[in-house]
Design a protein around this ligand. Structure first.
Ligand code: GLP
Length: 266
């Protein structure tokens, strides 16, 4: 694994800071590889929670390279993605289903029926049932061995957006349909060709199933993440900054950062 420039523990949370985003992404991929190998050796399969966005693209590129080098197979891997726009078709290039196909699924030996995403085509009256089913499938697969996360500039995880809920209510949030926060919509504008074109709702894995993962790997890179990273790690737990809720699972969480994203921490 690339050597982190700094490795610190804050209130039981492990924080690894790397010299650049490429090294952080490579370290995240190697952590995922070792999690897959350990889970397959122990239980015959590995269950991964996957994220989208710009940040994990480097991770997927490294995982694909490991696969091509014969050092990683996805034969015994099952995946669940964090979120999906709603409504959206799977073939829409802006869907997270097509993102996953482009960056990972089409390049590795993951069986198509092992790759689960929330379905942006489910009729709205069945959405609640679909979301509850997704949580049950994860549980039936034995729970997530590792959840890969990114952080929004507003501190969101998946599409769990800032809210005025109590901490207890936020920690209990299940998988569900949500309205996107204005900051999320403006950040998605680059992919949708304008903020008015952004699909305003999404399906997201809830805070509760995210926190239930046996390990959580948060990857954040770039100076635009420094503020939400510093508040998530150094501020109080609050539903106003959903990533701060990771403090409740501190011992199972690793933050992998580049220097710019860690700028507010030291
Ligand atoms: C997106 C996704 C999140 C992701 C975050 C950061 O909207 N829903 O799961 O972690 O925002 O994205 P990026 O890596 O592009 O900054």
């Amino acid at each position: 694994m690339p050597i982190p420039a700094r490795s610190v523990e804050r209130a039981g949370v492990s924080i690894l800071v790397f010299g650049d985003a490429g090294s952080a992404g490579r370290a995240a991929a190697l952590r995922i590889q070792s999690t897959i190998h350990a889970a397959v050796a122990e239980r015959g399969r590995a269950v991964l929670g996957l994220a989208t966005g710009a940040t994990p693209q480097k991770v997927y590129a490294h995982l694909v390279a490991l696969h091509h080098d014969g050092e990683l197979s996805f034969r015994d891997v099952v995946t669940y993605n964090l979120d999906e726009f709603y409504p959206i078709g799977p073939l829409d290039p802006k869907s997270y289903r097509s993102y996953m196909h482009r960056h990972l699924f089409s390049h590795v030996d993951l069986a198509p029926n092992h790759a689960h995403l929330l379905d942006g085509t489910v009729p709205e009256r069945f959405v609640a049932e679909h979301c509850a089913g997704f949580d049950r499938w994860i549980a039936a697969d034995g729970g997530l061995d590792l959840q890969l996360l990114g952080i929004g500039r507003n501190g969101h995880i998946g599409f769990n957006e800032p809210s005025a809920l109590s901490v207890a209510e936020a920690l209990a949030l299940p998988t569900r349909l949500v309205e996107l926060h204005p900051v999320t919509r403006s950040d998605a504008a680059r992919d949708f060709g304008g903020v008015d074109q952004v699909i305003p709702r999404a399906l997201t894995l809830g805070v509760a199933p995210i926190l239930a993962a046996r390990s959580i790997l948060m990857l954040a890179t770039g100076p635009h993440k420094a503020d939400s990273v510093a508040r998530a790690l150094g501020g109080p737990m609050t539903a106003g900054l959903p990533a701060s809720l990771l403090q409740s699972a501190a011992a199972r969480v690793t933050w992998m950062l580049d220097e710019p994203a860690a700028a507010g921490l030291f």
